[in-house]
Design a protein around this ligand. Structure first.
Ligand code: DGP
Length: 135
């Protein structure tokens, strides 16, 4: 299957991993909308909220909670959005269910459908190490 997130799960494409368990994987987003932007995915492939199994979405949300707390401790943002996009109108670009863990700063003016910008890989890798230390 030609799914970039399945390839990350399989270790065929590298990622800045934060957490892995039997059902989920959490890693840094390489196109961060804000500093500390992370993704949580189920290992079981499904395209979106309509297709995902109840057990996979439950496991993904539990991991997202852990990651959000670790990011909160690491960066002390003013807030965190858990965002999940389904379909082109919601700007879903990767067709493997995922939750964004999105740190927010007051006044950052971030909007839904924020657009993809390449991140600084050295900074993202260094931050991943700091977040992992809080897990
Ligand atoms: P969405 O637009 O909601 O489908 O979000 C997909 C996110 O995945 C987007 O923020 C960019 C991120 N992304 C795409 N390709 C890769 C990749 O190869 N590695 C990582 N770490 N993130 C990726």
């Amino acid at each position: 299957m030609d799914c970039i997130f399945c390839k990350i799960i399989a270790g065929e494409i590298p990622c800045f991993k934060l957490h892995e368990d039997d059902e989920t994987l959490a890693f840094m987003d390489i196109n961060p909308a804000n500093e500390g932007h992370a993704l949580v995915i189920p290992k079981e492939h499904s395209t979106d909220v309509h297709a995902i199994s109840e057990s996979a979405i439950a496991a993904t949300v539990l991991t997202a909670k852990k990651i959000a707390s670790a990011i909160q401790e690491t960066l002390g943002p003013d807030g965190i959005n858990l965002v999940q996009c389904n379909g082109p109108g919601a700007a879903q670009s990767v067709l493997h269910f995922h939750m964004h863990v999105l740190p927010r700063r007051e006044g950052d003016e971030l909007k839904l459908n924020w657009g993809l910008k390449p991140g600084d890989m050295d900074a993202i890798g260094a931050l991943a190490e700091r977040v992992r230390a809080k897990l």
